[in-house]
Write a protein of this length. Structure first.
Length: 200
């Protein structure tokens, strides 16, 4: 059984592969976008993580005829009513500029006291089949928004996020430690029973 992981990021494929292996699911061939015929990239204009994940997963399933998994994720800061949220990657107006995004968010949160700096990484994963069946799962990683960046690992807002129960930032954790508890891992794990049934 082939599943398209609608992403160009090999780390996302590796994460799902690890989760399926740990669950004892065999016979699933995961493929990245680079391993299928190119198709037009859908516009991610949804208002929620679920909207965007479904846009990407539906586009993949229609274009390739394969079961497709896609995710949308970002940082939700309580003090900012859940923003940057779906705008996380382009919060500063410059898509994928981690430094600019972090600097802007730090400035916006500069005067917010510690007790009001709750934040969570949120990931929504959508699985869509060529016949139109849809499954959506959300994972949350609760924590605290720091006052300055810490750590060299990870990407995005990782240096500014301290997970609940941790003394380190997400960027100070080893990749395997982070993957074991991350928001995307939690969302993907919820899709395991669906994949197991299909693969069975």
């Amino acid at each position: 059984m082939v599943i398209l992981v609608a992403s160009g990021n090999p780390k996302k494929l590796a994460e799902l592969d690890r989760i399926l292996s740990e669950a004892g699911i065999e016979g699933v061939d995961l493929r990245l976008l680079s391993e299928v015929d190119p198709y037009p990239e859908p516009v991610e204009d949804g208002r929620t993580f679920a909207d965007n994940a479904l846009i990407k997963a539906r586009a993949g399933a229609v274009a390739t005829g394969l079961v497709t998994i896609a995710d949308d994720s970002g940082l939700a800061v309580e003090e900012l009513n859940g923003m940057p949220g779906v705008l996380s990657a382009r919060w500063s107006g410059d898509h994928g500029n981690d430094q600019a995004n972090n600097d802007l968010l730090l400035a916006q949160m500069a005067d917010v006291p510690d007790e009001r700096r709750s934040a969570a990484f949120v990931s929504v994963c959508a699985l869509v089949t060529p016949d139109g069946a849809e499954h959506v799962a959300e994972g949350r990683w609760e924590g605290h928004f720091l006052r300055e960046p810490r750590g060299e690992n990870g990407f995005g807002y990782d240096p500014l996020f301290q997970p609940k129960g941790e003394s380190r930032s997400a960027a100070e954790m080893l990749p395997e430690e982070k993957n074991a508890v991350s928001h995307r891992g939690r969302a993907l794990s919820q899709l395991v029973p669906v994949i197991a049934e299909m693969a069975g």
